[in-house]
Design a protein around this ligand. Structure first.
Ligand code: SF4
Length: 406
Protein backbone atom coordinates (compact mmCIF):
# COMPACT_ATOMS: atom_id res chain seq x y z
CA UNK A 1 0.00 0.00 0.00
CA UNK A 2 1.33 3.47 -0.92
CA UNK A 3 0.68 6.62 1.11
CA UNK A 4 0.60 9.86 -0.83
CA UNK A 5 0.32 13.48 0.27
CA UNK A 6 -1.38 15.92 -2.06
CA UNK A 7 0.90 18.91 -1.45
CA UNK A 8 0.27 22.50 -2.50
CA UNK A 9 1.48 25.96 -1.47
CA UNK A 10 -1.17 26.27 1.23
CA UNK A 11 -0.61 22.95 2.99
CA UNK A 12 3.13 22.32 2.74
CA UNK A 13 3.70 23.73 6.25
CA UNK A 14 1.41 20.97 7.57
CA UNK A 15 2.72 18.16 5.42
CA UNK A 16 6.46 18.70 5.70
CA UNK A 17 6.72 17.85 9.46
CA UNK A 18 4.19 15.01 9.05
CA UNK A 19 6.17 13.44 6.24
CA UNK A 20 9.28 13.67 8.41
CA UNK A 21 7.42 12.09 11.34
CA UNK A 22 6.22 9.26 9.06
CA UNK A 23 9.89 8.38 8.44
CA UNK A 24 9.59 8.33 4.69
CA UNK A 25 6.36 6.30 4.46
CA UNK A 26 4.37 9.23 3.02
CA UNK A 27 5.46 10.34 -0.44
CA UNK A 28 4.39 13.47 -2.31
CA UNK A 29 1.84 12.78 -5.03
CA UNK A 30 3.87 14.21 -7.88
CA UNK A 31 3.48 12.75 -11.34
CA UNK A 32 2.36 9.41 -9.91
CA UNK A 33 -1.22 8.21 -10.18
CA UNK A 34 -2.48 6.45 -7.07
CA UNK A 35 -4.20 3.14 -7.66
CA UNK A 36 -7.07 1.45 -5.86
CA UNK A 37 -6.02 0.49 -2.34
CA UNK A 38 -3.49 3.33 -2.02
CA UNK A 39 -4.18 6.08 0.53
CA UNK A 40 -4.11 9.78 -0.32
CA UNK A 41 -3.86 12.41 2.41
CA UNK A 42 -5.18 15.96 1.89
CA UNK A 43 -4.65 18.76 4.37
CA UNK A 44 -6.64 21.99 4.01
CA UNK A 45 -7.89 25.10 5.73
CA UNK A 46 -11.49 26.27 5.62
CA UNK A 47 -11.07 28.83 2.81
CA UNK A 48 -9.63 26.04 0.64
CA UNK A 49 -12.25 23.38 1.19
CA UNK A 50 -13.72 23.67 -2.30
CA UNK A 51 -10.36 23.19 -3.91
CA UNK A 52 -9.80 20.12 -1.73
CA UNK A 53 -13.19 18.85 -2.83
CA UNK A 54 -12.27 19.24 -6.51
CA UNK A 55 -8.98 17.45 -5.93
CA UNK A 56 -10.77 14.70 -4.06
CA UNK A 57 -13.18 14.09 -6.94
CA UNK A 58 -10.26 13.60 -9.34
CA UNK A 59 -8.77 10.74 -7.32
CA UNK A 60 -9.30 7.26 -8.78
CA UNK A 61 -12.05 5.08 -7.36
CA UNK A 62 -10.92 2.75 -4.65
CA UNK A 63 -8.26 5.05 -3.17
CA UNK A 64 -8.59 5.64 0.55
CA UNK A 65 -9.03 9.35 1.18
CA UNK A 66 -7.92 10.94 4.44
CA UNK A 67 -8.54 14.59 5.34
CA UNK A 68 -6.45 16.50 7.85
CA UNK A 69 -5.56 20.08 8.78
CA UNK A 70 -7.51 22.99 10.22
CA UNK A 71 -10.84 22.51 8.43
CA UNK A 72 -11.35 18.78 9.03
CA UNK A 73 -10.12 19.25 12.60
CA UNK A 74 -12.85 21.85 13.17
CA UNK A 75 -15.58 20.15 11.13
CA UNK A 76 -14.76 16.45 10.73
CA UNK A 77 -18.34 15.63 9.73
CA UNK A 78 -18.13 18.02 6.82
CA UNK A 79 -14.93 16.31 5.66
CA UNK A 80 -16.76 12.96 5.72
CA UNK A 81 -19.71 14.49 3.85
CA UNK A 82 -17.30 15.82 1.22
CA UNK A 83 -16.39 12.21 0.47
CA UNK A 84 -13.37 11.52 2.64
CA UNK A 85 -13.19 8.11 4.26
CA UNK A 86 -11.49 9.49 7.35
CA UNK A 87 -10.84 12.82 9.05
CA UNK A 88 -7.65 13.09 11.09
CA UNK A 89 -8.06 15.80 13.74
CA UNK A 90 -5.51 17.93 15.52
CA UNK A 91 -1.73 17.66 15.71
CA UNK A 92 -0.35 14.81 13.66
CA UNK A 93 3.26 14.00 14.52
CA UNK A 94 2.58 11.54 17.35
CA UNK A 95 -0.25 9.73 15.60
CA UNK A 96 0.75 9.68 11.96
CA UNK A 97 2.50 6.30 12.20
CA UNK A 98 -0.56 4.82 13.97
CA UNK A 99 -2.75 6.20 11.18
CA UNK A 100 -0.65 4.54 8.48
CA UNK A 101 -0.56 1.25 10.44
CA UNK A 102 -4.33 1.41 10.84
CA UNK A 103 -4.84 1.99 7.12
CA UNK A 104 -2.68 -1.06 6.44
CA UNK A 105 -4.89 -3.09 8.79
CA UNK A 106 -2.13 -3.57 11.36
CA UNK A 107 -3.41 -1.42 14.24
CA UNK A 108 -6.44 0.14 15.92
CA UNK A 109 -7.48 3.61 14.68
CA UNK A 110 -5.60 6.48 16.32
CA UNK A 111 -7.71 8.38 18.90
CA UNK A 112 -8.05 11.49 16.73
CA UNK A 113 -9.57 9.71 13.72
CA UNK A 114 -13.17 10.14 12.56
CA UNK A 115 -15.03 7.91 10.17
CA UNK A 116 -18.67 7.06 9.50
CA UNK A 117 -18.28 4.31 12.12
CA UNK A 118 -16.39 6.03 14.92
CA UNK A 119 -15.60 9.48 16.31
CA UNK A 120 -12.28 10.68 17.62
CA UNK A 121 -11.19 13.70 19.59
CA UNK A 122 -8.44 16.04 18.40
CA UNK A 123 -4.87 15.12 19.33
CA UNK A 124 -2.90 17.90 20.97
CA UNK A 125 0.10 18.60 23.13
CA UNK A 126 2.88 17.32 20.83
CA UNK A 127 6.29 18.33 22.19
CA UNK A 128 7.55 19.77 18.95
CA UNK A 129 11.21 19.42 19.94
CA UNK A 130 10.90 15.63 19.63
CA UNK A 131 10.10 15.87 15.92
CA UNK A 132 11.90 17.36 12.93
CA UNK A 133 10.38 20.69 11.82
CA UNK A 134 10.51 19.68 8.15
CA UNK A 135 11.10 16.84 5.75
CA UNK A 136 14.50 17.02 4.08
CA UNK A 137 13.12 17.54 0.56
CA UNK A 138 10.43 19.99 1.63
CA UNK A 139 12.19 22.67 3.72
CA UNK A 140 9.87 25.17 5.37
CA UNK A 141 10.30 27.77 8.15
CA UNK A 142 11.25 26.21 11.49
CA UNK A 143 8.37 25.97 13.92
CA UNK A 144 9.84 27.24 17.20
CA UNK A 145 6.59 27.51 19.18
CA UNK A 146 3.20 25.79 19.01
CA UNK A 147 0.07 26.70 20.97
CA UNK A 148 -1.25 30.08 22.09
CA UNK A 149 -2.63 31.05 25.51
CA UNK A 150 -4.68 33.92 24.09
CA UNK A 151 -8.11 32.98 22.89
CA UNK A 152 -8.97 35.51 20.20
CA UNK A 153 -12.51 34.65 19.33
CA UNK A 154 -11.98 34.42 15.55
CA UNK A 155 -8.75 32.35 15.65
CA UNK A 156 -8.33 28.61 15.20
CA UNK A 157 -4.77 28.40 16.55
CA UNK A 158 -5.58 27.77 20.24
CA UNK A 159 -8.45 25.45 19.23
CA UNK A 160 -6.18 23.36 17.04
CA UNK A 161 -3.04 23.43 19.14
CA UNK A 162 -4.28 24.22 22.63
CA UNK A 163 -3.26 27.11 24.85
CA UNK A 164 -0.03 25.75 26.25
CA UNK A 165 2.95 27.18 24.41
CA UNK A 166 5.50 24.52 23.56
CA UNK A 167 8.91 25.66 22.37
CA UNK A 168 11.90 24.11 20.71
CA UNK A 169 15.06 24.74 22.71
CA UNK A 170 17.59 27.18 21.29
CA UNK A 171 20.04 24.30 20.68
CA UNK A 172 17.42 22.33 18.77
CA UNK A 173 16.58 25.36 16.62
CA UNK A 174 20.30 25.94 15.96
CA UNK A 175 20.62 22.32 14.85
CA UNK A 176 17.86 22.71 12.25
CA UNK A 177 19.11 26.11 11.10
CA UNK A 178 22.44 24.35 10.53
CA UNK A 179 20.69 21.79 8.30
CA UNK A 180 19.17 24.55 6.18
CA UNK A 181 22.41 26.52 5.95
CA UNK A 182 24.27 23.35 4.91
CA UNK A 183 21.81 23.03 2.01
CA UNK A 184 22.60 26.57 0.90
CA UNK A 185 19.43 28.09 2.34
CA UNK A 186 20.44 31.41 3.85
CA UNK A 187 17.06 33.05 4.43
CA UNK A 188 15.86 31.55 7.71
CA UNK A 189 12.27 32.01 8.83
CA UNK A 190 10.39 30.76 11.86
CA UNK A 191 6.81 29.72 12.67
CA UNK A 192 5.32 30.97 15.92
CA UNK A 193 2.03 32.59 16.91
CA UNK A 194 3.87 34.98 19.26
CA UNK A 195 7.45 35.78 18.26
CA UNK A 196 8.45 37.82 21.29
CA UNK A 197 6.88 35.25 23.61
CA UNK A 198 9.48 32.62 22.67
CA UNK A 199 10.46 30.51 25.67
CA UNK A 200 7.61 31.68 27.92
CA UNK A 201 3.93 31.07 28.62
CA UNK A 202 2.50 34.03 26.72
CA UNK A 203 4.17 37.19 28.01
CA UNK A 204 7.14 38.95 26.37
CA UNK A 205 10.50 37.23 26.78
CA UNK A 206 13.05 39.73 25.49
CA UNK A 207 16.09 38.00 27.01
CA UNK A 208 15.18 34.57 25.66
CA UNK A 209 14.41 35.96 22.20
CA UNK A 210 17.68 37.88 22.02
CA UNK A 211 19.68 34.92 23.35
CA UNK A 212 18.20 32.68 20.64
CA UNK A 213 18.87 35.09 17.79
CA UNK A 214 22.40 35.88 19.04
CA UNK A 215 23.19 32.18 19.24
CA UNK A 216 22.00 31.65 15.66
CA UNK A 217 23.97 34.65 14.38
CA UNK A 218 27.10 33.50 16.18
CA UNK A 219 26.89 29.93 14.81
CA UNK A 220 25.74 30.89 11.32
CA UNK A 221 26.90 34.44 10.49
CA UNK A 222 25.93 33.88 6.85
CA UNK A 223 22.27 33.22 7.77
CA UNK A 224 19.74 35.99 7.22
CA UNK A 225 17.21 35.77 10.04
CA UNK A 226 13.59 36.85 9.44
CA UNK A 227 11.68 37.24 12.68
CA UNK A 228 8.67 39.45 13.32
CA UNK A 229 7.47 39.07 9.73
CA UNK A 230 5.26 36.23 8.42
CA UNK A 231 5.04 33.57 9.88
CA UNK A 232 6.51 34.83 13.17
CA UNK A 233 4.49 37.94 13.93
CA UNK A 234 4.70 39.88 17.19
CA UNK A 235 2.04 41.01 19.63
CA UNK A 236 1.78 44.81 19.84
CA UNK A 237 2.10 45.10 23.62
CA UNK A 238 5.45 43.25 23.49
CA UNK A 239 7.07 45.71 21.09
CA UNK A 240 9.29 48.08 23.05
CA UNK A 241 11.88 50.45 21.63
CA UNK A 242 14.92 48.98 23.48
CA UNK A 243 13.98 45.48 22.29
CA UNK A 244 13.55 46.59 18.67
CA UNK A 245 16.86 48.40 18.75
CA UNK A 246 18.56 45.25 20.06
CA UNK A 247 16.82 43.15 17.37
CA UNK A 248 17.64 45.44 14.46
CA UNK A 249 21.27 44.31 13.85
CA UNK A 250 20.31 40.64 14.21
CA UNK A 251 17.48 40.60 11.67
CA UNK A 252 17.33 40.75 7.89
CA UNK A 253 13.71 41.89 7.77
CA UNK A 254 12.90 45.57 7.76
CA UNK A 255 9.19 44.97 8.21
CA UNK A 256 7.52 44.12 11.50
CA UNK A 257 4.03 42.60 11.48
CA UNK A 258 1.60 42.79 14.37
CA UNK A 259 -2.16 42.74 14.79
CA UNK A 260 -4.52 45.57 15.72
CA UNK A 261 -7.63 43.88 14.23
CA UNK A 262 -9.86 46.71 15.38
CA UNK A 263 -9.68 50.38 16.39
CA UNK A 264 -12.38 49.99 19.01
CA UNK A 265 -11.50 49.19 22.66
CA UNK A 266 -14.89 47.47 23.08
CA UNK A 267 -14.37 45.28 20.03
CA UNK A 268 -10.83 44.37 21.16
CA UNK A 269 -12.29 43.30 24.48
CA UNK A 270 -15.03 41.27 22.79
CA UNK A 271 -12.40 39.62 20.59
CA UNK A 272 -10.31 38.82 23.72
CA UNK A 273 -7.27 40.25 22.03
CA UNK A 274 -5.54 41.02 25.31
CA UNK A 275 -4.09 44.38 24.18
CA UNK A 276 -5.33 47.94 23.81
CA UNK A 277 -5.57 50.47 20.98
CA UNK A 278 -2.78 52.42 22.72
CA UNK A 279 -0.53 49.33 22.57
CA UNK A 280 -0.98 49.33 18.79
CA UNK A 281 -0.13 53.04 18.47
CA UNK A 282 2.93 52.62 20.72
CA UNK A 283 4.11 49.56 18.75
CA UNK A 284 3.82 51.54 15.51
CA UNK A 285 5.75 54.46 16.96
CA UNK A 286 8.49 52.19 18.36
CA UNK A 287 8.83 50.28 15.08
CA UNK A 288 9.32 53.46 13.12
CA UNK A 289 11.80 54.87 15.64
CA UNK A 290 13.80 51.63 15.36
CA UNK A 291 13.73 51.91 11.52
CA UNK A 292 11.31 49.03 10.92
CA UNK A 293 8.29 49.40 8.63
CA UNK A 294 5.23 48.30 10.60
CA UNK A 295 2.49 46.32 8.86
CA UNK A 296 -0.60 46.25 11.01
CA UNK A 297 -3.37 43.65 10.57
CA UNK A 298 -7.02 44.70 10.62
CA UNK A 299 -10.12 42.52 10.19
CA UNK A 300 -13.05 44.04 8.32
CA UNK A 301 -16.62 42.78 8.62
CA UNK A 302 -16.50 41.52 12.20
CA UNK A 303 -20.05 40.92 13.49
CA UNK A 304 -19.76 43.69 16.11
CA UNK A 305 -17.51 45.97 14.07
CA UNK A 306 -17.13 49.70 14.57
CA UNK A 307 -16.17 51.09 11.16
CA UNK A 308 -15.60 54.66 12.35
CA UNK A 309 -13.14 53.69 15.03
CA UNK A 310 -11.39 51.31 12.63
CA UNK A 311 -11.05 54.02 10.05
CA UNK A 312 -9.78 56.53 12.57
CA UNK A 313 -7.04 54.16 13.78
CA UNK A 314 -6.08 52.97 10.28
CA UNK A 315 -5.65 56.56 9.09
CA UNK A 316 -3.64 57.51 12.15
CA UNK A 317 -1.28 54.53 11.75
CA UNK A 318 -0.94 55.15 8.02
CA UNK A 319 -0.04 58.80 8.66
CA UNK A 320 2.59 57.62 11.14
CA UNK A 321 4.14 55.45 8.40
CA UNK A 322 2.51 52.03 8.87
CA UNK A 323 0.95 49.94 6.11
CA UNK A 324 -2.42 48.43 6.88
CA UNK A 325 -2.81 44.75 6.03
CA UNK A 326 -6.53 44.28 5.59
CA UNK A 327 -8.35 40.99 6.08
CA UNK A 328 -12.04 40.16 6.04
CA UNK A 329 -13.66 38.20 8.85
CA UNK A 330 -13.84 34.46 8.14
CA UNK A 331 -16.05 32.57 10.62
CA UNK A 332 -13.80 29.56 11.13
CA UNK A 333 -15.10 26.24 12.43
CA UNK A 334 -14.60 25.61 16.15
CA UNK A 335 -13.96 29.27 16.98
CA UNK A 336 -16.20 31.37 19.21
CA UNK A 337 -17.30 33.39 16.18
CA UNK A 338 -18.05 30.40 13.96
CA UNK A 339 -21.79 31.08 14.09
CA UNK A 340 -21.59 34.87 13.77
CA UNK A 341 -22.61 36.41 10.52
CA UNK A 342 -20.07 38.66 8.79
CA UNK A 343 -21.16 42.28 8.71
CA UNK A 344 -21.38 44.07 5.36
CA UNK A 345 -19.25 47.19 4.88
CA UNK A 346 -20.80 50.61 4.31
CA UNK A 347 -20.11 52.47 1.07
CA UNK A 348 -18.48 55.31 3.04
CA UNK A 349 -16.05 52.86 4.64
CA UNK A 350 -15.33 51.21 1.30
CA UNK A 351 -14.59 54.59 -0.26
CA UNK A 352 -12.01 55.38 2.44
CA UNK A 353 -10.46 51.93 2.08
CA UNK A 354 -10.10 52.48 -1.68
CA UNK A 355 -8.40 55.79 -1.00
CA UNK A 356 -5.91 54.19 1.42
CA UNK A 357 -5.32 51.39 -1.09
CA UNK A 358 -4.69 53.86 -3.90
CA UNK A 359 -2.05 55.66 -1.85
CA UNK A 360 -0.26 52.38 -1.08
CA UNK A 361 -1.10 52.58 2.63
CA UNK A 362 -3.43 49.56 2.65
CA UNK A 363 -3.15 46.16 1.01
CA UNK A 364 -4.46 42.61 1.43
CA UNK A 365 -6.73 39.94 -0.01
CA UNK A 366 -9.75 41.05 1.96
CA UNK A 367 -12.03 41.19 -1.10
CA UNK A 368 -11.45 37.52 -1.87
CA UNK A 369 -12.01 36.68 1.80
CA UNK A 370 -15.26 38.65 1.76
CA UNK A 371 -16.53 36.35 -1.00
CA UNK A 372 -15.80 33.29 1.16
CA UNK A 373 -17.04 34.70 4.43
CA UNK A 374 -20.82 34.34 4.07
CA UNK A 375 -20.36 30.89 2.54
CA UNK A 376 -18.36 29.70 5.55
CA UNK A 377 -20.94 31.12 7.91
CA UNK A 378 -23.67 29.11 6.17
CA UNK A 379 -21.56 25.99 6.22
CA UNK A 380 -20.96 26.34 9.98
CA UNK A 381 -24.68 26.89 10.52
CA UNK A 382 -25.53 23.67 8.73
CA UNK A 383 -23.21 21.74 11.08
CA UNK A 384 -23.93 23.69 14.25
CA UNK A 385 -26.01 21.00 15.92
CA UNK A 386 -23.38 18.34 15.48
CA UNK A 387 -20.14 19.95 16.31
CA UNK A 388 -19.47 23.67 16.43
CA UNK A 389 -19.10 25.24 19.83
CA UNK A 390 -18.91 21.95 21.68
CA UNK A 391 -15.17 21.98 21.68
CA UNK A 392 -14.49 25.08 23.68
CA UNK A 393 -15.25 23.76 27.15
CA UNK A 394 -13.27 20.65 26.44
CA UNK A 395 -10.31 22.67 25.22
CA UNK A 396 -10.38 24.88 28.24
CA UNK A 397 -10.60 21.92 30.59
CA UNK A 398 -7.88 20.02 28.79
CA UNK A 399 -5.51 22.90 28.71
CA UNK A 400 -6.14 24.09 32.24
CA UNK A 401 -6.66 27.57 30.87
CA UNK A 402 -5.92 30.56 32.99
CA UNK A 403 -4.80 34.10 32.37
CA UNK A 404 -1.75 34.16 30.11
CA UNK A 405 1.30 34.72 32.25
CA UNK A 406 4.94 35.31 31.49
S1 SF4 B 1 -2.76 35.82 19.77
FE1 SF4 B 1 -2.69 35.28 17.59
S2 SF4 B 1 -2.48 33.04 17.52
FE2 SF4 B 1 -3.12 33.58 19.59
S3 SF4 B 1 -5.36 33.39 19.58
FE3 SF4 B 1 -4.89 35.52 19.12
S4 SF4 B 1 -4.78 35.65 16.88
FE4 SF4 B 1 -4.66 33.48 17.45
Amino acid sequence: MNFYALINRENKYSFSPLMAASKGRIKPLGGERPKAGDAVLLSFMSPDWKRAWRELKELPRGTIKVAGGAHPSGLPLHALDMGFDYAFCGEGEEQIVSLLDFLEGKAEPPPCLWSRDFKGSPCRGVEIEKFPPFEEHLPIPIEITRGCPFLCSYCQTPRLFGRRMRHRSAENIAFWVGKLVARGIRDIRFITPNGLGYGGRGGAQPEKVLALLRLLKERYPEARLYFGSFPSEFRPEHITLPLLKALRPLLANRRIIFGAQSGSPEVLRALRRGHSVEDVIRATENSIKASFRPEVDFIFGLPFDDENQNLRLMKKLAEMGARIHAHYFLPLPSTHLALYRPRPLSSAFLGEVERLTGSGQLFGRWKRQRELSEELYRLNLSYSASHIGKNDERYEEENNCGTPAS
